[in-house]
Ligand binder design. Sequence first.
Ligand code: PEP
Ligand code: MN
Length: 369
Amino acid sequence: MKIDKLKTWPKIDEQKPLVIAGPCSAESEEQMLAIAHQVKELDKVQVFRAGIWKPRTRPNTFEGVGMIGLPWLQRVKQETGLLVTTEVANASHVELALKHDIDILWIGARTTVSPFAVQEIAEALKGVDIPVMVKNPINADLALWMGAIERFYTVGLTKLAAIHRGFSSAEKTKYRNLPIWSIPIELKRNLPDLPIICDPSHIAGNRSLIAETCQKAMDVNMDGLMIETHINPDKALSDAKQQITPTRLTDIINNLSLRNEFSEDKNFEETLVKLRMGIDKVDREIIELLKMRMNAVYEIGQTKKDSNITPLQIGRMDHVMRERCQLASKIGLEEKYIEDLFHVIHTESVRQQTKIMNNFTPVKDDNEE
Ligand code: PEP
Ligand code: MN
C-alpha cells in the first residue's frame, strides 16, 4: 500500500505533532465559533474537530445536532482558516459532508467494527481525494482496523491516517478506553507510511490523564493528537469529563517533550549500533535457550503421555510462576514483566504437550540424536 504522508494533505504543514482540537459535539454556532477562535489563537492547532452525528452508547442522550451543524463548520473554516473535520458513519453523512466542504473525515470506533458500514462509506467516497482518519475499532482487533483502512485504500483513497482512541476492556482500569500501544505500533510496522494520531480524550475519559497520554503518544513517535476542547467543558453536552479548555490545551502542547526518531550525530548513531549488537546477541541466545527449554518440554510431554497424565497441572504452573517472579524481583526485574512472559512460555508448553498427547511428533533440533 502506498499511503501519502501527512504533509501532502491539502494545507497541512509539517509541524509535529499535528494537533486536531475542538469539541466532542457541535452544540451551537456560537459554541463552535468561540472554541474555534480560541484554539486558532494558540497557533498550534491546524484542524478543528466537532461531531455532528454522535454515535452514543445509550439512547436518549444527546445524539448530535445533525446536518444543521455543517454550515457552522463552514463558518469556522471561513472565519479562522482552520481545516475542519467531522465523523461520518454512512453514505448520506458522506454526501452531506462533501457538499459542505468538510476538509477531512473521520470514522468512529463504533463504525470501524462494521465492515458493511465501512464498505458503504468507502464506496460513497470513490473518486474523491479527501483525507480520511480511521479510529481503531472498539475491540482490540488489529485485523479489523487494517481491514477498514484497506477498504478505503481499495476505492482509491491514499490520504489515510489511523487514530488510536483506546480499546474497550472488561477489566476496570484508570482509562475509559485502554490504550494498547503495541497495536498501533504493529499497524505502523505493517503500513510504515500511515500517519498515526492519538486521541487521548477517549483513551483517558477524564481530564487528569490527558497530558500523560499525549506524552506517551509522542514517546512512541505518533504523528498527531486529537484532543477534545471546549470553552466550558463542564457544561458540554457529551463527554464533559474528558474535555479541556483551550488554555489547558496550550499548556499540554507547550509542555510536551518532543524527541526525534533519528539523530544527525554520528557518535550517537555509532554507539547505538554497538549497543544494539549487544541486544541482538542476547536475543539470539534467548531464542536458543527457549528451544532447549522446549526440548525438555517435549520429553516431559512424552513421559506424561506414557503415564496418562494431563499436560496442564495447575500446581506446577503456580510454582513456576511464583518461583520465576521471586527470582526476577531479586535481580531487579519487574515481577509483572516476568509473570507475563512466563505466562506466554507456559501456555505454549502446554499447547505443545497437548499436541504430543494427540500423537503429534515434535520437530527435533538438527543437532539432536
Ligand atoms: C468522538 O470522537 O467524539 C467519538 C465519538 O469517538 P469514538 O468513535 O472514538 O468513540
Ligand atoms: Mn467524544
